[in-house]
Design a protein around this ligand. Structure first.
Ligand code: NAG
Ligand code: NAG
Ligand code: NAG
Ligand code: NAG
Length: 424
């Protein structure tokens, strides 16, 4: 009877737990390996905070908390490994690496390692520090795509690790020195109705105080505007409206059905193929690239974006586990290829059949392809879950039968069993 109770207890514990265990992460040199973070691009002489968001999410979802563990951030350059102290120009503060300020020579790969005597897990991130923001606008800027007529709130991106003492973020457009009027409380730049002339590079500046020193942090947003401004209707005369009147002085955005401009072919998504099934096992990470071919002169204004179940990654249910980024443009013979990465830190059962859509659009047109997530050992997982569930049920039933038909000697035991069963 006591043994039976123990077995029942064990089975119940298993039943309550429910989920199959996560498969192990890949391993390298005795350390579990989390897939690389999306790389970051910054400018010299600004404060930079390096963090490992994907890595942290993996620790969180796998409940990896190592008491008395060491968390170490290092820079690996070939043979040398640099470690950091809690002071100096580059310092490790808790799980972040602070550059006060960053130098171009800080560019490189950084590794975080979390270990105790018996367990070790590691992640990595690539940092690029440019000498000036003009060096590589394409990489340094955050592209934002919008349509004529839309209302837009521009937020200065990637500032969450700074203590924003000064809530007022300054905004500049292109290289004009005058600041734009931003919302006082949120620091957002608001544009009520987008026009073609709003397109351009927006720089947001923030002054932060770290260890009693003042540093600058800036980000550049490249605003792309698609569509044409509505014609200015000053009169209501009956002259037939000329739909695509040459208001386009910008050749990049000239409409394709104007007779004297060359026809721009639509961007083509070369990968993934439409209807691709992405197989991934429960608990593992996943990454997928969207590769788009387009004309080079409109590559910068070509939108490429991942959607999760039709929603932006940031507003989808995957928001805590997925990041899109790493947009890069490379020349492929006469055309240009744009690549955008989507990384999911940990795949779980709820991701089964999730639709990942890559969308691209420019003046030539729009294209989208769909990929679906599928869990690799899906049927097996469910067989295991069903089997465990069934044995739980049988165990409970048989104990009940046993208790019912056995002459009762020990009241306490019955009470204990009844209590256990009721928690089930
Ligand atoms: C190290 O962490 C692992 C995983 O959490 C744990 O099982 C183990 O007991 C820890 N070892 C020491 C010496 O603390
Ligand atoms: C590695 O770092 C050292 C000193 O920090 C530097 O002198 C050396 O050039 C670096 N090597 C590479 C391959 O970048
Ligand atoms: C932000 O403020 C917290 C709390 O005072 C402090 O621990 C942390 O170091 C600060 N971070 C930065 C980047 O200044
Ligand atoms: C991919 O399939 C979807 C519907 O499943 C369709 O709307 C879309 O146009 C297709 N894209 C291409 C490039 O064929």
């Amino acid at each position: 009877m006591v043994y039976l109770t123990l077995i029942l207890g064990a089975v119940l514990a298993e039943c309550v737990n429910g989920r199959p265990p996560l498969p192990p992460l890949p391993m390298k040199d005795g350390c579990y390996l989390v897939s690389p973070e999306v790389e970051i691009f910054r400018v010299e002489s600004e404060a930079v905070i390096l963090y490992f968001p994907m890595f942290m999410r993996v620790l969180e979802t796998r409940n990896i908390a190592l008491p008395s563990a060491q968390y170490l951030i290092t820079k690996n350059n070939g043979t040398e490994v640099t470690t950091y102290q809690g002071e100096g120009r580059v310092q490790q503060r808790n799980k972040q690496l602070w550059f006060l300020p960053a130098h171009a020579s800080d560019s490189g790969e950084y590794t975080c390692t979390y270990r105790n005597e018996t367990y070790c897990i590691t992640g990595s991130i690539e940092l690029y520090v440019y000498e000036s923001s003009a060096a590589d606008m394409e990489k340094l800027s955050y592209p934002v795509f919008t349509q004529v007529g839309e209302e837009l709130d521009l937020r200065c991106p990637s500032l969450s690790y700074f203590n924003k003492t000064d809530r007022q973020i300054e905004w500049y457009k292109d290289s004009t020195p005058t600041t734009l009027q931003a919302a006082r409380d949120s620091g957002k730049l608001m544009i009520p109705a987008i026009k073609r002339s709003h397109a351009g590079a927006y720089t947001c500046h923030l002054r932060v105080l770290i260890n009693d020193q003042q540093y600058t942090v800036s980000r550049v947003i490249l605003l792309n505007v698609q569509g044409t401004d509505p014609p200015i209707t000053t009169t209501t005369t009956t002259t037939t409206t000329v739909p695509e009147l040459s208001t386009n002085t910008d050749p990049m955005f000239s409409s394709s059905n104007t007779a004297n401009t060359p026809l721009i072919p639509p961007p083509v998504i070369v990968s993934p193929l439409n209807g691709t099934i992405v197989e991934s096992s429960h608990g593992s990470g996943m990454e997928i690239f969207c590769q788009v071919l387009t004309e080079c002169h409109i590559a910068d204004s070509t939108m490429v974006m991942w959607l999760v179940n039709g929603q932006s990654v940031e507003s989808s249910y995957l928001e805590r586990r997925a990041i899109q980024g790493g947009r890069r443009v490379t020349r492929v013979s006469e055309r240009c290829q744009i690549e955008l990465r989507l990384v999911v830190a940990v795949i779980t059962e709820e991701d089964e059949q999730t639709e990942l859509k890559c969308v691209t659009q420019n003046t030539g047109g729009r294209q989208e392809v769909v990929a679906k997530l599928q869990l690799e050992d899906h049927t097996f997982t469910w067989v295991v879950v069903a089997a465990v569930g069934m044995s739980c049920f049988l165990a409970v039933v048989s104990v009940f039968i046993y208790v019912l038909f056995k002459p009762k000697k020990n009241k306490k035991m019955d009470y204990f069993l009844a209590r256990q069963s009721s928690t089930f």
